[in-house]
Design a protein around this ligand. Structure first.
Ligand code: KDG
Length: 319
């Protein structure tokens, strides 16, 4: 049986080494917040399914081939003959600043349908966890519909719903995002957000409060766990039992892109293993640190056997 079903857009990713307008060479890979989570979970040994749409093109083949190679089930993915696979360019502009350029308007991923989600949900059986992000509903009306259908199916099947707010200002406004996030909260069991994204999830009248007040408001609405990502400062989980803070694991940061997704993969992995909140946060900050210490969106995600590598001192050689 599948542990986790996730859906969203995965694009071809081109990564340069300096200002884009100067040209030069780029690395070719794939990127998508939800498939980053799927790969992170698959590396940790969890049966994981990704349901997204790619174009009927070579870029789409790269997406599917990469996910398949990582052990992610793509049997629920679809090929759209009438739209191309999306593209994302990463431009490392300063050591601390990476710019992202999207070429995804009208892409196959943005045209994901509710019907394909129904298919992915049902075969070969309902997943234990559904993971969505706030990126997919920003892509267009069809993708929004697909997410809504997934939430309904999760409710019908008793599937745990995890939502990572992942606000993308290049795709929509705060107001548009808040309208969707607020309407989804009644379906959400595990909410993951950075502290500045929490106001998008609570009713407007409460949106001005501190993180713990906003988290409490969300728990009162039925969310089981509110996990607030604080980047280099770690993370705090709020549950009915109180709040628990975990500092980030110290690493040499080389590329923060994908860290949030890696954090989610670690959190869900420990949740599926039956670990308590402390154990979930511990695995989340560990997998998040692997992502920060590695280039690429998902390439550095650890296997289970590699989880212990992180504490090793400088110059460690594993022989
Ligand atoms: O979290 C990293 C992803 O956000 C990025 O690689 C691509 O999914 C992506 C997006 O839409 O920004």
């Amino acid at each position: 049986a599948t542990d986790v079903l996730t859906l969203g857009e995965t694009m071809v990713a081109l990564r340069g080494s300096g200002p884009l307008k100067l040209g030069g060479s780029m690395d070719v890979s794939v990127a998508g917040a939800e498939s980053n989570v799927a790969i992170g979970l698959a590396r940790l040994g969890h049966p994981t399914r990704w349901a997204g749409a790619v174009g009927d093109d070579e870029a789409g083949e790269l997406v599917l081939r990469t996910l398949r190679a990582e052990g992610v089930d793509v049997s629920g993915a679809t090929r759209d003959p009438d739209a191309p696979t999306g593209l994302i360019l990463f431009e490392p502009r300063l050591p601390e600043v990476t710019r992202v350029h999207y070429y995804r308007a009208g892409s196959a991923g943005s045209r994901l349908t509710a019907a394909s989600v129904e298919h992915a949900f049902a075969s070969p059986g309902a997943p234990r966890v559904l993971h969505l992000t706030g990126i997919t509903p920003a892509l267009g009306p069809s993708a929004l519909d697909a997410c809504r259908r997934a939430l309904q199916l999760a409710r019908e099947h008793g599937t745990t719903v995890c939502l990572d707010v992942n606000f993308r200002s290049r795709l929509w406004s705060d107001e548009e995002s808040a309208a969707v996030m607020r309407s989804w909260i009644p379906y959400v069991d595990v909410l993951i957000a950075s502290d500045d994204e929490l106001p998008l999830c609570v009713p407007e009248t409460t949106a001005a409060g501190e993180a713990h007040a906003l988290a409490k408001a969300l728990l009162a609405q039925g969310v089981r766990e509110v996990v607030v990502k604080l980047g280099a400062d770690g993370a705090t989980a709020y549950t009915g039992d109180g709040e628990l803070y975990a500092p980030a694991r110290p690493v040499r940061a080389v590329d923060a892109v994908g860290a949030g997704d890696a954090f989610v993969a670690g959190y869900l992995s420990a949740l599926l293993d039956g670990d308590d909140v402390a154990g979930r946060l511990d695995r989340a900050v560990t997998t998040g640190a692997f992502a920060v210490a590695s280039h690429g969106d998902w390439e550095g995600a650890p296997t289970r056997a590699e989880l212990g590598l992180l504490g090793a001192g400088p110059g460690t050689v594993v022989r």
